[in-house]
Each structure stands twice: as C-alpha cells, then as structure tokens.
Write a protein that binds this ligand. Structure first.
Ligand code: FES
Ligand SMILES: [Fe+2]
Length: 397
C-alpha cells in the first residue's frame, strides 16, 4: 500500500487561479472559495503559520518574572514565559511525556509549571526538572527511563512594542529585518515609545481568519459599514500601501468640519497627550495590518494593537489592546474617555460580524457557481497584497 500524497497548494490553486490573482488589481480575481475551507486550513497549519514571523501575543500579559501566558495560533499551542532574568521565552506548549498542554490558563509568579496529567514539571526556561513517581510510588527517577530530549521545545520569539511574534520553524529571516519596514512606516509620524497598555477586549468572528483580516484591510467599506466613523468629515484624504508583502497600510487625514482631527468618533477629541510628532507629514491616522494576523491603529493621541488568531477553519479569536501615552493610560480622570474609546471600537467590530459570517459561508459554495471575487484598484490593493503574500509563502514551502 502506498501512503497518500500530502496535499500541496497546487491541489487548491491552478496556474490560472494564480495568474488571475496576479493581474492588475482592477482585472484580478481573488482566491477561489475553497481556500477558506477546512482542507486548505490544514495546509496553512503546516505550510504557512510555522514558516513566518507571526504576531500572536502581548508582552504586557506577562509583566513579571514567573508569569506565563498560553496562546494558540492555528492549532499551534504556544506558551510565553517571563524568566527570572525578565527575558521572555516561548515554547511549544506540549508536554514531552504524552503531549498534554502544560499550562492551560494564564498564571503569575511561578517558579515552575507542573503538567496536569502526570505532573512532569518544567522550570521557567523549559527544562524538565521533576518527574514525580516516575519509577514507582516513591521513586521520582527511573534509571531505565531515557530522560534525554525531554525539555519543552523552544520557539523563536521577538517583541515589537508590546506585540510578541513567534517563528515556529525557526527558519524565517532575522526579526530585525522583518520588522524594519514597519518601523520605517510609522517613524516619521509618531513617537510610540511612551505608550502604556490600558484597556483590552476580545470578540469572536464566526468566519475564516482570512475573512476576519479582510474586514480591516480596506477603507472602502468605512462609509457604508461604519458610517459613524466619518460623521462630520468633510474631506477624507485616503492612501494605502503594501510594503514588502508584509504590511498593509491604510491611512487618512480626516478633516472634520472646522476643527482638524477633532472628530467625535474614536477619541480624537479627548485630552490625551499626543504621540503624533509636531513635524509629522499628512496623513495623521494609520491602520497597519501586520500580515498575516496583527494590526496597529495609530491616532494622534493613542494607539491600539490587535490580533486575529485563527481557531479552526471557521472561527477567529480577536483581541485588541488600547495604549495611551504615559500616565494617561491609567489616569482616573481619563477613565471615561478611555471607556468611550473601547465602546466605539467594539461597535465598529460588531458592525463587521455579519461580513465575517456571510462572506465565509458564501466562500464555501461559490466555486460551484463559478463566482470569483473582485477588487477595486483605488481601495483594495491591500486585499490583493494579502493574498499574494500568503500564496507566495506557501508556494515556497
Ligand atoms: S502528559 Fe504531561 S505529565 Fe503526562
Ligand atoms: Fe470594518
């Protein structure tokens, strides 16, 4: 009997599909609906997510030594730990005994972690340090047991601002190279160094992770899906750019009635210190999708960072964290202003829920009807960029 051949991206995308995606955006077709299904998701788990620098967590979730935070990206269980040396480490959260998740809930101030199943115990650096009863009722060692290669598997980890990235296969280019274009994008506009974590919130989209990411890739849908965001705007200077296939930036300088950048929506009017540089060029607000599943939204006086983490082929866990300069992140006098910002962002994401649900459902059937998707050259370069980047990475696997 011969083993079944493992599938490849060529089983899902023909040369014609790839050529159609690569045409100039106004003539291009999006990817077929089958790439939003379970079989392609399995391929992404193997050939995409492990191979890239993927944003998956926040350093502020583990502020002190001994803090640990488990996350999951497309089925890959990652454990972030802050060591006694304050260094952040990442491991595959897979016990080296019989594969239980070692840490299943966030925890604080620990010296070690005992797996819940048989209590194999690992230190903050992932080393297996105890195996209770391994040799019998009173024997915590067993000379007949080969204890080599039983430490937690480390994963390459890197931090940018508060965002934690992992590269699971350890073969991606150096992180400094990966992140440099993002720094270059934002540096002319903002001083992000004073930002401090404030509120955070989470939601779930019942749709494939790529559809969830699509809901933030364009400004095109804003006036139709989120009309409150452009209330009072008399001019919306929009630009978008795709940078190195890694970052998609949409940006705007919304001019509100008679007061520039003083719109009521999204906290422009609140009295937080500015992070926008005095000599910043236009535009004055940016939404950068940190491909594939991260985002940073910068405004003149605050920022948000978000994650769109795939949880199966048809579900995406979304988390956003709000940041403000220095003490304003926790100043009680600004608590109401911060709360208003959270409420307004939750409203925006709730408005995108039906798109995630119904676009996902339609992707499951549209191939049978021969219906492709289209993109507009003015607004949706970023959508094309996202899919080209995904395909190029997976084809190189
Ligand atoms: S699976 Fe972890 S100790 Fe057995
Ligand atoms: Fe949206």
């Amino acid at each position: 009997m011969t083993a079944a051949r493992a599938s490849t991206i060529a089983d899902f995308l023909s040369a014609e599909d790839l050529a159609a995606l690569d045409r100039p955006v106004g003539q291009a077709l999006g990817l077929p609906g089958r790439v939003f299904g379970a079989e392609f998701y399995a391929l992404e788990q193997r050939d995409y997510f492990p191979r890239i620098w993927c944003p998956v967590g926040f350093a502020s979730d583990i502020p002190e030594p001994g803090d640990a935070h488990p996350v999951e990206i497309a089925g890959w269980p990652i454990l972030f730990v802050r060591g006694a040396d304050r260094k952040i480490r990442a491991f595959l959260n897979v016990c080296r005994h019989r594969a239980m998740r070692v840490v299943t809930e966030p925890c604080k101030g620990r010296a070690h972690f005992a797996c819940g199943w048989h209590s194999w115990t690992y230190d903050l650096e992932g080393k297996l340090i105890a195996t209770p009863k391994i040799g019998g009722e009173r024997a915590h060692r067993d000379p007949a047991f080969d204890a080599r290669d039983t430490d937690l598997k480390p994963v390459h980890v890197a931090q940018w601002l508060d965002m934690l990235f992992v590269n699971i296969d350890g073969k991606a280019p150096p992180f400094e190279e990966h992140i440099a274009p993002l720094d270059r994008l934002l540096e002319p506009y903002y001083d992000l160094s004073p930002l401090v974590r404030a509120e955070s919130w989470s939601t779930v989209y019942e749709g494939n992770w790529k559809v969830a990411v699509e809901t933030v890739l364009d400004e095109y849908h804003i006036p139709f899906a989120h009309p409150q965001l452009i209330q009072g705007v008399r001019q919306n200077n929009h630009t978008n750019a795709c940078v190195d296939g890694l970052y998609v930036m949409t940006s705007n300088a919304r001019i509100y009635g008679d007061t520039r950048e003083s719109g009521k929506a999204m906290g422009y009017h609140h009295n937080f210190p500015r992070i926008l540089k005095a000599d910043a060029p236009e535009p004055r607000s940016h939404f950068v999708t940190i491909l594939p599943v991260g985002a940073i939204q910068t405004r003149p006086n605050h920022a948000l960072m978000g994650l769109f983490l795939p949880d199966g082929p048809d579900r995406t866990n979304i988390t956003f964290v709000h940041y403000y300069p220095g003490d304003s992140a926790h100043d009680p006098a600004l608590a109401q202003a911060r709360e208003e910002s959270v409420v307004s962002w939750k409203e925006v994401f709730a408005q995108d829920v039906p798109f995630a649900i119904y676009v996902h459902k339609n992707h499951q059937i549209r191939d049978a009807a021969g219906i492709g998707t289209r993109m507009t050259p003015v607004w949706e370069n970023g959508v094309a960029c996202f899919y080209r980047s995904l395909v190029n990475t997976m084809r190189a696997a």
